[in-house]
Design a protein around this ligand. Sequence first.
Ligand SMILES: CC(C)(COP(=O)(O)OP(=O)(O)OC[C@H]1O[C@@H](n2cnc3c(N)ncnc32)[C@H](O)[C@@H]1OP(=O)(O)O)[C@@H](O)C(=O)NCCC(=O)NCCS
Length: 236
Amino acid sequence: MEMPVLVEWATPTDEPHMRDLLDAAELARHDRFVRPEDKARFVTGRFLARTVLAERTGLAPESITFTTECPHCAGDHGKPRLPGHAIDFSLSHSGDRVVLALVEGAVVGVDVERESDRDIDRLAEMVLSAPERETFAALPPGDRKRAFHVYWSRKESILKATGHGLAAPMSAIHLSAPGDAPEVLSWDDDAAVSPVRLADLSLGSGYAAALAVLTPHPLNVTAGPSSADGRTMSGT
Ligand SMILES: CC(C)(COP(=O)(O)OP(=O)(O)OC[C@H]1O[C@@H](n2cnc3c(N)ncnc32)[C@H](O)[C@@H]1OP(=O)(O)O)[C@@H](O)C(=O)NCCC(=O)NCCS
């Protein structure tokens, strides 16, 4: 048996028909973002989630309300969920990409990272496990930026599936090498769960992206930009 995973991605835009689907708390958050690009990433993600979930459930998109309870402090900033349904989804945005992953009967996390020239060697100390740091150090310098972002997106997708986010240490997760099929080799931490299935996503040059599903079943990922961008641009 395979676990179907739907992935849709869009380019961020911020149009009135998209904002019309936000609830009061989301509109307030939208207003608090200062930069237009942050507003667009936020509204595109929530619009994408509502439209895809409406298709799956038959609910009207404007009637969908997410819960976002944080498991650590009960604050209102945790993983968005659709209460009352066996559907789990995850959102991520970076640069010109907004991505949604959705599963039924399991939990999912997705992460996209625009590759940047931030201080990768210093960040690698925080993100990578000891064996991964050895693998990373042995790579040609020109391959390290890509490798770092592949590690990062795979690990963050796992921690977004569990809902921990960056509150749990990424360095406790030991993954297969960036050029190999993604796999958790070991994970020794309070946040650890098993089994985890991973898949890399192709969201275009300059982006690393991955998803994680907490399931023993192999993943069957259907990914594409077309319908997401079509809905975002036309509002249909
Ligand atoms: C979740 C988290 C990793 C996202 O980091 P990021 O790289 O900036 O952002 P991404 O674009 O990949 O993901 C953001 C999306 O993840 C989702 N999200 C938020 N919190 C989440 C969580 N705890 N787990 C999974 N997904 C989460 C939201 O959909 C959010 O986007 P939206 O609010 O615009 O819809 C980061 O915000 C985090 O670590 N949060 C939890 C920290 C925490 O719990 N601290 C303790 C508080 S008491």
